[in-house]
Design a protein around this ligand. Structure first.
Ligand code: C2O
Ligand code: CU
Length: 493
C-alpha cells in the first residue's frame, strides 16, 4: 500500500475552496473578516421577545454617587408610584378609543374631547379600548404625573387590550396647556388620530379673557386646526383679550405668525413666561409635542393667526381682507425673551451632569440594517440609562450632530434652558418639556429630580423614536414592573 492513492483520494474529496489558489484564500479570509463581525453585530442587535427596559444599555451616573444596589430589585416598583389612592376624584371622564380602517377616534372624534380641568383637582380618566388589536395607552404629555400614570407601554403599564379598561389618576399641579396621546405603537397611533387636548385652568380665571384652542394635526398628510382645514372664524370684539393655546401634535416644527396686532408668548409648555415682551413681525416655531399660549388684544380690524398651508384663525374679522399675509422672516427667540425670575434651585450646584449626544451611523437595530440614531455613540437599546436620585439637581447637555433636527421630550419633569451653543439664557426662565434641538446645536438644560420613576427621554418626531432615538431617566430605589414586548405586545414607540 502506498501513500499516493490515499492522498489523491483525500484531495479529490475536498470542496473547491480548499483546493483554491492563495489569491482566493485571501478573498475568503477578507470576506470572513467583514462578515463575521457583521453577523455578530446583527445577532447582538436582536431584541429579545420581551425585556426589562431598566436592564438594557448601561447606567450613566453623571458623576454623582453610584448606587451599589441598582438592579437588585429592592426598590419601589413602578406600578406603586401612583396618586393618593384614598382621595376621591374631582373630575372623571371616560375616553373610548376606536379604530376604523386604520384611523383612531376618542369618543368618536379626532382630536378627542378636550379635557378641561382645574389645577389641584384629582383627575380620573377611564380609558376603554373598544377594538384596537395592538392595544393602546394614554400619555399625558407635559403633565408631570406619578410614574405609573405616565402611559408608556412596557415601562409604566401594559398596553390596554381590546375590550379592556385602564384608570389614570393624577393631580395636575401647574395650570397650562397639555395634550394626551397614545404611547403604544405611538409613531402610528398618534399620527392616525389617537390624541386630544388637556387644559389645566388656574384656580381663579382672569376675568374677561377669551380662551381659544388650536390643536394642530395632519390627517393623511393634510394639516388641520382642531380637525378642520382652512379658516376658522372666532367671535371676538375690539378690545377683547385673547389667550390662544396652540398644541403641535405633529412630528415636525409648526411655525405660526400673527397679523393685525402685536402678541405675547404668555406660556410655553404649560409654564407661564415672566413679563413677556410684545412681539411684532416674528414667527413663532412650535416644536413637535410642544405648546405655546399666545396673548393679544383684538383691534377694530381683527387679528389673523396663520399656521401655514392656508390654515388660519381669525378673531373678530380678517385684517388682511383675506389676502394671505407675508410670513415674517425672523423667529421669536426665547433665549432672551421676557424677564429673569427665580428658578427655585441652583443649576450651578448640579449633583449630576449628563451628556445626551445625538448622532447617526450605520448599523443594525433589532436585526434591521440601516442608518440609525445614536445616543453618546451607542445604538438603541445599548444606550445610557441616566441614573438620578430623588432631590438631585441635574444638568443635561444635549448636543445634536446627527444631520437632522430633533424635538427632544423628557417625561415627568420640566427642565429650564441654561444656554444654547454656549450662549447663556438671559430672559424669563424658559421651562420646557419639548425642546427643538436643531442639527449642530448644543443646549444645556437643568431640572430637579423630584418625580421618582423610569421616564422616557426621546425625540418627539415619533418615527425617529422608533428608529432608536430613545433613552430613559431612572431613579435609584425604583424597580421595573413591566416589560417591553411579551404577551401584552408592549411597543412604546
Ligand atoms: Cu408625547 Cu413620550 O411623548
Ligand atoms: Cu428626531
Amino acid at each position: 500500500m502506498t501513500e499516493v492513492p490515499h492522498r489523491a483520494g483525500w484531495r479529490a474529496r475536498l470542496p473547491g475552496v480548499v483546493r483554491a489558489r492563495p489569491r482566493t484564500w485571501i478573498a475568503v479570509v477578507a470576506s470572513l473578516v467583514v462578515l463575521v463581525p457583521l453577523a455578530w453585530m446583527w445577532q447582538s442587535s436582536l431584541l429579545p421577545d420581551s425585556y426589562d427596559m431598566a436592564e438594557m444599555g448601561y447606567p450613566d451616573w453623571g458623576g454623582g454617587p453610584v448606587d451599589e444596589h441598582h438592579g437588585m430589585h429592592h426598590g419601589t416598583p413602578v406600578k406603586d408610584l401612583v396618586a393618593d389612592t384614598d382621595r376621591p376624584a374631582d373630575f372623571t371622564e371616560t375616553l373610548t378609543v376606536r379604530r376604523d380602517g386604520g384611523d383612531y377616534t376618542v369618543n368618536g372624534t379626532s382630536p378627542g374631547p378636550t379635557i378641561d380641568v382645574t389645577v389641584g383637582q384629582l383627575v380620573e380618566i377611564h380609558l376603554v379600548n373598544d377594538n384596537v388589536p395592538d392595544g393602546i395607552t394614554l400619555h399625558w404629555h407635559g403633565v408631570d404625573v406619578p410614574n405609573a400614570e405616565d402611559g408608556v407601554a412596557g415601562v409604566t403599564q401594559d398596553a390596554v387590550d381590546e375590550g379592556e379598561e385602564f384608570v389614570y389618576r393624577f393631580v395636575p399641579d401647574q395650570a397650562g396647556t397639555y395634550w394626551y396621546h397614545s404611547h403604544q405603537v405611538s409613531h402610528e397611533q398618534v399620527r392616525r388620530g389617537l390624541l386630544g387636548a388637556l387644559v389645566v385652568h388656574p384656580d381663579t380665571e382672569v376675568a374677561g379673557v377669551h380662551e381659544e384652542l388650536a390643536v394642530l394635526h395632519r390627517y393623511g398628510g393634510t394639516p388641520t386646526i382642531n380637525g378642520e382645514e382652512g379658516t376658522s372664524e372666532v367671535d371676538a370684539r375690539p378690545g377683547d383679550q385673547v389667550r390662544l393655546r396652540v398644541i403641535n401634535t405633529d412630528n415636525g416644527l409648526a411655525p405660526l405668525w400673527v397679523t393685525g396686532a402685536p402678541y405675547q408668548v404668555v406660556a410655553v409648555d404649560g409654564r407661564d413666561v415672566n413679563e413677556p415682551d410684545p412681539i411684532e413681525d416674528e414667527k413663532y416655531p412650535v416644536p413637535a409635542g410642544g405648546r405655546v399660549d399666545l396673548g393679544f388684544v383684538v383691534p377694530p380690524d381683527g387679528v389673523r393667526v396663520d399656521f401655514g398651508a392656508g390654515n388660519t384663525m381669525v378673531f373678530g374679522g380678517d385684517p388682511t381682507d383675506g389676502d394671505e399675509p407675508r410670513a415674517p422672516e425672523d423667529f421669536v427667540d426665547l433665549l432672551g425673551y421676557g424677564q429673569p425670575a427665580d428658578l427655585g434651585f441652583d443649576p450651578a450646584d448640579a449633583d449630576r451632569r449628563f451628556d445626551y449626544r445625538i448622532g447617526r451611523r450605520p448599523g443594525f437595530l433589532d436585526g434591521r440594517p440601516g442608518l440609525w440614531w445614536t445616543v453618546n455613540g451607542h445604538l438603541y437599546p445599548d444606550v445610557p440609562m441616566y441614573m438620578v436620585s430623588e432631590g438631585d439637581v441635574v444638568v443635561f447637555t444635549i448636543d445634536n450632530g446627527s444631520g437632522d433636527n430633533h424635538p427632544m421630550h423628557l417625561h415627568g419633569h420640566h427642565a429650564v434652558v441654561l444656554s444654547r451653543n454656549g450662549e447663556p439664557a438671559t430672559g424669563s426662565p424658559w421651562w420646557i418639556d419639548s425642546l427643538e434641538v436643531k442639527d449642530g446645536e448644543t443646549f444645556e438644560i437643568a431640572f430637579v429630580a423630584d418625580n421618582p420613576g423610569i421616564w422616557m427621554d426621546h425625540c418627539h418626531n415619533l418615527p425617529h423614536a422608533q428608529q432608536g432615538l430613545v433613552a430613559h431617566l431612572m431613579y435609584t430605589g425604583v424597580d421595573s414592573s413591566f416589560r417591553v414586548g411579551g404577551k401584552p405586545g408592549n411597543q412604546p414607540e
